[in-house]
Design a protein around this ligand. Sequence first.
Ligand code: PLP
Length: 452
Amino acid sequence: MQTPDYQRLDRAHHLHPFTDFKALGEEGSRIIERGEGVYIIDSEGNRILDGMAGLWCVNLGYGREELVEAAAAQMRQLPYYNNFFKTTHPPAVKLAETLCRLAPGHLNRVFFTGSGSEANDTVLRMVRRYWALKGQPEKQWVIGRENAYHGSTVAGLSLGGMAPMHAQGGPLVPKIAHVRQPWWFGEGRSEGQDPEAFGRDCAAALEAKILELGEENVAAFIAEPVQGAGGAIIPPASYWPAVKAVLAKYDILLVADEVICGFGRLGEWFGSVHYGLEPDLMPIAKGLSSGYLPIGGVLVGDRVADTLIEEGGEFFHGFTYSGHPTCAAVALKNLELMEAEGVVERVRDDLGPYLAQRWQALGAHPLVGEARSLGLIGALELIDPATGERFDESLAVGNLCRDLCFASGLVMRSVGDTMIISPPLVITHAEIDELVDKARAALDATLARLAD
Ligand code: PLP
């Protein structure tokens, strides 16, 4: 089949996620056929640098034969079995042990899921159950953050704070509230605050919400160490210490959603380590298998796990594919390769600093109000050079820039007018140079289009 055939059939039969089908236009979907290292190759033979590692997940890059072999070997041995009713299998056990070894010391157990969304559904049930077992069943409220993404299941989107999703989600899961995100460029700057004061203010907003709901009613706070899909929001240094203090003051559980930040993205195995957090629960997915097969889970701290086990009896919860043996075998091999190749340390000591130096130079571009990065996640905030302020949303300048980027051979994501990158963790210096050069070319092209 040729590209137009795929596009025609795609349009006729395929409802894909987060896509406005009416707006798809004549050109149709791009058909991606292959991947090699940090590149994807489309059905027209174009080689495109994948600055997003798929959906923030292909951490080891495309085409790793070792992962293919691990899947094939496990499929021959035992393609599927479950972990229900007192059975398990070697890949799930080995993966659980490896994860707990890599995670901060108090996280000694893992509950497997098939995805990050399922992990967050699991989180919601676990935190409410934990407090019920502790004799405080009124502790049911969970506080998340505006514009956060925690998945597309009903619990995931309720925990998340994306207004367009809430508007379409029907009745949301009750007793979930949201507080502001620590997005200094978008919010604190316009309020005339310096970043550190703004970070403390965001923590104060959390405390105010806890008091509004009644401290005796709040079970947990859920947040990503760096908010990913909400705009690659790297919080001011004051934010996490202040939030930690608030949670400790009211004895509220911390859920660090590590679906994006986990597995090296911020230069540590988990983003929580970078920020010195000690989360009670850590949902994980994506980079766990470098996206080669779907798998997720929740790392559970001793405090919650001991209560669930000692006082809880059977937890009526689980998925057919919880700890799927083939997915677990691939995840295990992925972690083994990451350890053997020192991927996480390289992000922290070499690639992260190199990207920061090259990426932050884009801050001088007239269209850029702020360029930030941490490890291998980065963002550019687009501004109108004439005013120094953000563009009117209706102009959709971010989407224009994203499309021009793709046309020039780079995948960059737009969240409003925030341009985001999150490339594979095996990217080289030369490929970082290429990424930055293509991003700059796309900014130039966007500027030229705006002047038309
Ligand atoms: N949590 C975060 C922080 C995410 O970024 C995502 C997906 O992008 C999810 C949860 C949901 O994961 P999944 O798409 O595997 O269900």
